[in-house]
Design a protein around this ligand. Sequence first.
Ligand code: C2O
Ligand code: CU
Ligand code: CU
Length: 495
Amino acid sequence: AGLAAAGFAVMPLAACEAPNKLLQGSTGGSNPLAIPPLQVGRIEQGERVFRLSLTSGQKEFVAGVASPTIGIDAPYLGPTLEMRRGERVRFHIDNNLAEGATVHWHGFELPASADGGPHQLICPGERWSPSFEVRQRASLYWYHSHLHRRAGSQVYAGLAAPIYVRDDQEERLGLPSEYGIDDIPLIVQDRMIDGSGQLIYPSGMQARMMGVRGNRIYVNGTEDAVFDAATGQLRLRLLNGSNARFYDFSLEGGAPMQLIASDGGLLDRPHPVRSLRLAPGERAQIILDLAEGRPLRLVASSPDNMMGMMGGQGRGMMGGGMMGRGNDGDPSGGVFRILDIRPADTARSVRLPAELAPLGVPDPSLAVRTRRFVIDMGMMGGGMSINDAAMDMDVINERVPVGQWEIWEIANASMMAHPFHIHNTQFRVIERNGRAPPPLETGYKDTVVVNPREQVRVLVRFEENTDPDLPYMYHCHILEHEDAGMMGQFVVMNS
Ligand code: C2O
Ligand code: CU
Ligand code: CU
């Protein structure tokens, strides 16, 4: 069903391996970066209302070869939805696909009935009209399919797009914020394109275990993208919208980038970083200085995602090394182009504020209890689970009281790194294996990587429980793992 029904050729990955080689080969032409259209909705009776339609379409991932896709008001991906903290939003989403779908608001605290998880199925021809109050801090969020067992194939086909939340606090700082001019969303996704130029969704053993990883990189759907900047300062909002691939982003030549925000908004101050790792579902915002007038190239490499488990097979993808070390130093490790930035001649330097947002240090002593989660994959990926249980739509795995601080301790018993995502909250990372988190994890997060043999402790609280009987999800954001059962359900109880 699903993609196969939509006309996708499904073939085992073995027929088209060595992704990194192909990635390195892709240094050809350059295409203007596609910018998702901005949708601000319409104010109707005190609510900001968005009308969206899920449609099937076609996209040429390779020029001249059309592949079937899914999009939101577009053949592939969809508009950036802009909203403000504190206002009410409502969506009217028409499912014009030939299959069921859901639309999840990733990163938002909202009633479970509006969450868009596996229980909020929109059947073909039906309309779903959720509404909620925007409680999130200004940041980049996203919306995407969360269909039970088929989130991977639907997101892969294009059912995903960005959300901008704005707020007064951030606007006072005067950061670059002109959409499409000096404030750009970058949805980074890899896709597997076969020898004839068709998009395929691999289903072989490796794809099931590692998650689906492609041989070409697209940014907002554009390959080999170039952006002509008009300003001296550029704000890039990175979203790892890939199904499974991790990226270490950096500037070619090693120049520092100013990291200003994580999943849930601004950090305490700009942090100069030379490289930045994002797992699927994670976001980050960086500011680049273009005042020197030199072109910049944003590149990425893919860290090894597994500890030696598959032997020497798939060199550069999982050969040698442990997750966490990456393969930056490995000359054969694929480094691929994400975005070329051409500055304007007239670019003038702008100073960043020294302080961004008062975050405070998370205080673990606030926690009333600790809840432990152990991620595992079983033998050869046959037991994707959390706390030995695979996702069951009819089982509530955790009952969490509303408004109470808890420590969620997430351990990884598998040989592979997993991005653990929790719905209906923005949490703080306290420590990983006893060590303080890196800059990207000092702010608000909704997705956190747990490396093999690692234990990550986060401080979390749920304040929204309008629907105390309906579940939210926690899961691995490698979508093939999620689809295979690495997901659990929790309700937020009245206390
Ligand atoms: Cu971005 Cu539960 O997903
Ligand atoms: Cu989510
Ligand atoms: Cu996983």
